[in-house]
Design a protein around this ligand. Structure first.
Ligand code: NDP
Ligand code: MG
Length: 406
């Protein structure tokens, strides 16, 4: 088996750094040719030298421009006693798109936010398989992303643990035998709290997730259940199962990552400790039309010698209305999911800065959806209409925040 060449976008983040560890732990299987980040030059340079990458990109150029990047690479190479193999350096907002389109066997997109969409499209357009952690690509550009994959034959492989679990469970039956998808949710740090109690919760409390360690946006999204809403839309697009057949159940221990219920009443669940290394490795091991290759030792398996209890409960839609809003946005389709996401990105920022309360995140999403008037003329979705709906929703949400601020 030849070594597979991977590009890691958002390499310095939570998923990105874990993907780099999976690659470094399996040099006979994987190598990295390209790496990108937002602004963290220090870590990116270190990763590039360790991995022997030949291309890097930074969305925010350092003050000293390319010479500063070169100097950082030279210093790291000297410190580690390794060669600096970087030949291509891309800086600025287009850096990710440029790197994503360069030759590779797979692009792992682990950037946060709608900003990741154009890199996903660039990789698919180049015919490169995409391992997708950046769920926002699909939420914002769903039909465009699916169309690009269908057109070039490139594959879209889920990294999100729930969708990886569903992909694994789907192997237990034929497509026509699938009855329902059951997505599990940890419930986040505020599970069990009533709507009135949520007015007083702080960003620090939202950022203390009970079972997963992740980037800040997705952590707050887990607390509001926006993340679960995005995952429902993501599942509808990835697996082609309609919204009436996608359920969400709260499972606080985060051991079952999702399930598929088949027509005979059998439910297949995927179980492993909450560790993104497993879905990352499973995605990197997915290649061509054949069965994915499971990577030995990707995570530590469950310990069945200890007494353990797993519990399940329904979602409290009154306290956490963002999930229902995502079903609504997904069912309305078109640019509604991108409005849902754009409003949320702006609101999460405002919540982290202390400008709005926690329940106002869902209130602001509802307001953005209510004031979004898409031309439902049946016109096919294109990138311009998606990006302008995203920009308009950000603007409306910013003024909503100014009016709504406590
Ligand atoms: P982090 O915030 O930890 O990392 C984000 C990464 O994106 C960083 O490398 C950051 O660079 C980079 N970045 C930020 N802005 C830009 C930009 N404009 N252009 C290019 N790169 C940029 O996020 P996570 O790793 O937690 O999440 C990444 C994605 O994966 C999200 O879509 C999330 O929903 C999804 N996901 C994450 C999971 C997790 O366990 N963390 C689980 C499932 C899904 P820099 O460091 O320089 O800022
Ligand atoms: Mg997830």
């Amino acid at each position: 088996v030849s070594v597979r060449e991977i590009i890691v976008m958002g390499a310095t983040g939570s998923v990105g750094t874990q993907a780099v560890e999976v690659v470094l732990g399996n040099p006979e299987l994987f190598s990295v040719t390209g790496l990108t980040a937002g602004s963290n030059l220090g870590l990116l340079a270190e990763q590039a030298v360790r991995l022997g990458a030949c291309r890097i990109g930074l969305a925010q150029a350092p003050a000293g421009g390319e010479p500063e990047v070169r100097q950082a690479l030279t210093e790291v190479a000297q410190r580690l006693g390794l060669p600096d193999r970087v030949e291509q350096i891309e800086l600025g907002p287009e850096a990710g798109v440029r790197i994503a389109g360069t030759p590779a066997d797979m692009v792992l997109n682990a950037v946060t936010g709608a900003v990741g969409l154009r890199s996903t499209l660039a990789a698919l357009d180049a015919g490169t398989d995409v391992a997708l952690a950046n769920k926002e690509s699909l939420i914002v550009g769903g039909p465009l992303v699916l169309e690009a994959a269908a057109r070039t034959g490139a594959r879209l492989i889920p990294v999100d643990s729930e969708h990886s679990a569903i992909a694994q469970a789907l192997r237990a039956g034929r497509a026509e035998e699938v009855d329902r998808l059951v997505i599990t949710a940890s419930g986040g740090p505020f599970r069990g709290m009533r709507r009135a109690e949520l007015d007083a919760v702080t960003p620090a409390q939202a950022l203390a997730h009970p079972t997963w360690t992740m980037g800040s946006v997705i952590t707050t999204n887990s607390a509001t259940l926006v993340n679960k809403g995005l995952e429902v839309i993501e599942a509808q697009l990835l697996f082609g199962v309609d919204y009436d057949r996608i359920d969400v159940v709260v499972h606080p221990q985060s051991q079952i990552h999702s399930m598929v219920q088949f027509v005979d009443g059998s439910t297949i669940a995927q179980v492993s400790p909450p560790d993104m290394k497993l879905p990352i490795a499973y995605a990197l091991g997915t290649h061509g039309a054949g069965e994915p290759r499971r990577i030995s030792g990707a995570t530590r398996p469950n310990d069945w010698t200890r007494a353990t209890e797993w519990t399940f409960e329904p979602v409290d839609h009154e306290a956490f209305p963002a999930l229902g809003l995502a079903y609504e946005a997904g069912r309305r389709g078109g640019t509604h999911p991108s409005v849902y996401n754009a409003a949320n990105e702006v609101l999460v920022d405002a919540f982290h800065d202390g400008r709005i309360t926690f329940p106002q995140i869902a209130d602001g999403i509802a307001a953005a959806l209510a004031t979004h008037h898409s031309d439902a003329s049946g016109r096919a979705l294109d990138l311009d209409s998606v990006l302008s709906a995203d920009a308009a929703a950000r603007e409306r949400t910013s003024s909503w925040i100014e009016r709504a601020a406590p």
